[in-house]
Design a binder for this molecule. Sequence first.
Ligand code: PFF
Length: 465
Amino acid sequence: MESNVDMTETAKGRAAWSGRWAFVLAGAASAVGLGNLWRFPYLAAKYGGGTFLITYLILVFTFGISLVLLETALGRKTQQSTIGAFRSFGKKYGFIGFFCSLIPFIITPYYCVIGGWVTKYMAGYVVEGPDALADGGAFFSNFITSQEESFLWMFIFMAIVFIIVSLGVEGGIERVNLVMMPALIIMAVAIAIFTMTMPGALDGAAYYLVPDFSAVSPELFIGALGQMFFSLSIAMGIMVTYGSYLDKKSSLTKSVAQIGTFDFGVSFIAGMVIVPAAFVTLGSGEAVASNSGPSLMFITLPQVFDDMGGAAAPVGFAFFLLVLFAALTSAISLTETLVSIVMDGAHWNRKRSCVAVFIFLAVVGMFINMGYNALSFIEPLGEGSSLLDLADFISNYVMMPLAALMTCLFVGYVIKPKTLIDEIAISSPFKLRKAWTVMIKYIAPVLIVLILIFFIAQQFGLFAV
Ligand code: PFF
């Protein structure tokens, strides 16, 4: 298995996965991250639990994996990363790849801010102890509003990412992943079981699992769609690049289904821990929904751990260590993407590009972090919102849908689905080709356009949600 997870160089000098599993693992490592453990649970809590879960499930296994398949097939066909892949069909299409490439420049800085929170919490279980962290939110707000500490931990997280990226130890990180990913799942399942034994948790589980169709709203749908893009790492070019490293024998359809299943599975379990825990702490579905936001993992979970008595410190530490690991593998994949965009775009070597990306992330990350302290008076999306919320909003709700729309139109009407169907069929029979074509040509573009129209209407106050 181990030799399967190394990247090797092909005769042409292009990096290549050594096998299909290496690709699946890398896709899953990039996909499974803060999106699953931090973002998904709070969105599920906010949008009516079960209703959000079902909407998300359907979206991932129709729209989501269709797009992952499209991107990987585009990469494998053209043997190029994003901008080159689009450009290889005509210079004028390069802008689509360029637009996709802008998105990780927005996501990565705020990803590092949250990575810093996770690192701080992991250390907090050793230094401050579980009681200090479970004080109903004061610890969290003191931390993020602090002028020094919050920056320090963001830089610690960034430093770990950059050490690994500059060493280029893809084989190493993937290997560690083989141990850490299953460990993450075992931990999450164990904590979910513990949560279920708490009084009131079953009601919380029901809130999470049983759909309440009165909760269906356009906002819920947009939330699920944005989450799908973020979590599956689509609409930002990364899967095109990963697909370009894949050999022609490996089944694209199977690999993509496995990445989607893994990614959904981890989100599902994370929600199973955090939503019922929030329910126990807050008492009702409405309270969960109205209190839910980025801080859910950092305020309610420590309270759950604190009830574990002597086990609180090791369990809390292990949980945040594993979240940190998931965050790191994704942050590394994001940073790698940025470094390779700069290398290709500016024709700089790896070292220089790493330095440039580091400076960029440090400056923008600090700015976003200041949104919680020095610049907290800026509330770009209404009361209580932060610069981080704005970055998350622009990337997940505006740019990714637009990038996905352009990609679908490009494949559906410019190069035609058949071009990629032929590529997919090289490695495995593609039974769902008709459904996939309908998805790419009609369903996906129509859905995205409807969402964007709704969104614009909402911004102008034509909708009250
Ligand atoms: N999919 C990651 C997550 O859910 O946390 C975030 C991400 C990683 C997006 C890598 C994009 C990417 F290239």
